[in-house]
Ligand binder design. Structure first.
Ligand SMILES: Cc1cc2nc3c(=O)[nH]c(=O)nc-3n(C[C@H](O)[C@H](O)[C@H](O)COP(=O)(O)OP(=O)(O)OC[C@H]3O[C@@H](n4cnc5c(N)ncnc54)[C@H](O)[C@@H]3O)c2cc1C
Length: 393
């Protein structure tokens, strides 16, 4: 029977980056992915500096930069198009770079590099059983194009996304939250005239655009109630405020409506099994941090998995070290993205007032906003002073 030291279920950004990192540290990895082809693009990725650092350590930084684009400014507007604040991301160069890229391009680069480093990627595969052998290892049964196959492994990594069938199968408990009645409308438009992230924030509506390189852009809106053409119109509404983005928006042919969850998973590991990326900590996409946090997971995960394999201790207790190392950073990013998401469409009295007051204050003290971005872009949990400074007007 075929064998692989580690099997990764899920070949998205997290699964492929982990497989590549394992292969580079001499650990044999196989990826089992149920989709036959690369994911379709409905949104763009903003990869924050820590994610770019992981990509650098994996040797794909230059390819990602070429396939996407380095973002130079983050601009916020009011709902009537007045510029609220602009942060020159080049002033934060000491923290690293922000990059926009299409998900399929990033996955393609990681897949290509992983295969070049000896990772076996099995696409179009459906696993049906994970049986524990007497020795503590697993036998995974799966099928590809009607052929039934099996694979022995010492450790399974669940990188199978926010709904994580593995998490459910193993019984790792989770609960989820999202802002009431909120929908994100998202699509890919044509090229922008600038390499920036821009976002307008109005009353129960927010819309924006991000340059993704290669004549592509991510166009989105967050609204309270879709229906009819409301989705597409809400994205197009941004073009009325930002004439420079209008050309890209005119090329938008298709949008989808999504209602993502913030998924809180109590324990990320059980004996011989560990979750990462969205399977462990899926969060609301409003700050564009999900794939970035997934990439941030990789170095810590590979270290813990490497030690576990070397010492022969793949118990839940040993693997929990990964969660211990990541939990405060993930909790902070989650809190900020949840608050941010809630403030966009909330009907709760005072929430919008507090949000706008904060924005007004931050726009007058750009240093505070830069500090906030710096901390959000850092790998560690921020200092209490920064949290208070940002959230208390
Ligand atoms: C609208 C929107 C905008 C976003 N914008 C950003 C952004 O700007 N920046 C950012 O960093 N993040 C963003 N995100 C979040 C980002 O998409 C996720 O955090 C990221 O894709 C997580 O990567 P992952 O590899 O953990 O999971 P996924 O990308 O979900 O990959 C999981 C993989 O597992 C596979 N799979 C599932 N079940 C099985 C199974 N049973 N067997 C085998 N394979 C399986 C799936 O096919 C998939 O390929 C956004 C999300 C949304 C919804």
């Amino acid at each position: 029977m075929a064998a692989s030291e580690v099997v990764i279920l899920g070949g998205g950004v997290g699964g492929l980056a982990t497989a590549l990192a394992l292969a580079r540290s001499g650990i044999e990895a196989t990826v089992i992915e149920h989709a036959q082809s690369l994911p379709p693009d409905y949104w763009g990725f903003v990869i924050w500096p820590p994610g770019m650092r992981t990509l650098q350590s994996l040797g794909v930084f230059d390819r990602v930069q070429t396939a996407g684009c380095k973002l130079t400014n983050y601009r916020w507007y009011t709902g009537n198009g007045r510029e609220w604040m602009a942060i020159d991301l080049r002033r934060l160069a000491d923290v690293g770079e922000w990059n926009g890229i299409l998900p399929s391009r990033l996955v393609n680069i990681l897949q290509d590099e992983a295969e070049r480093n000896g990772v076996r990627i099995i696409r179009g595969a459906h696993y049906s059983a994970l049986d524990r052998n007497g020795s503590g290892s697993f036998k995974i049964e799966y099928s590809v194009q009607g052929n039934n196959l099996s694979l022995n492994t010492r450790l399974i990594i669940g990188a199978d996304g926010p709904h994580s069938p593995l998490r459910q199968r193993v019984g790792l408990k989770s609960w989820r939250w999202r802002p009431p009645a909120q929908t994100i409308v998202t699509g890919i438009g044509g090229g922008l005239l600038f390499n920036e992230l821009r976002q307008a924030i109005g009353t129960r509506w927010s819309g924006g655009c991000v340059a993704l390189g290669g004549n592509k852009s991510w166009l989105y809106a967050t609204i309270r109630q879709p229906g009819g053409d409301a989705g597409l119109q809400s994205v197009q509404a941004y073009g009325l405020l930002d004439q420079q983005a209008k050309g890209a928006i005119d090329q938008l042919v298709n949008v989808i409506e999504v209602r993502p969850w913030s998924v809180h998973v109590h324990r990320w590991a059980s004996d011989g099994i560990i979750l990462m990326g969205d399977a462990a900590h899926s969060m609301l996409p409003h700050l564009g941090l999900g794939a970035n946090l997934t990439l941030e997971d990789v170095p810590a995960l590979v270290e813990v998995v490497g030690q576990a394999l070397r010492t022969g201790d793949t118990s839940a207790k040993k693997l929990a070290e990964f969660q211990d190392r990541r939990k405060s950073r993930v909790a902070y990013a989650r809190r900020v993205s949840e608050l941010w998401a809630l403030s966009i469409t909330s009907r709760l009295p005072g929430v919008r007032f507090m949000r706008d007051l904060n924005f007004l204050r931050l726009s007058k003290h750009q240093g505070a906003m830069e500090t906030f971005l710096r901390e959000l872009a850092g790998s560690e949990s921020p200092r209490l002073r920064t949290r208070l400074n940002v959230w208390l007007p």
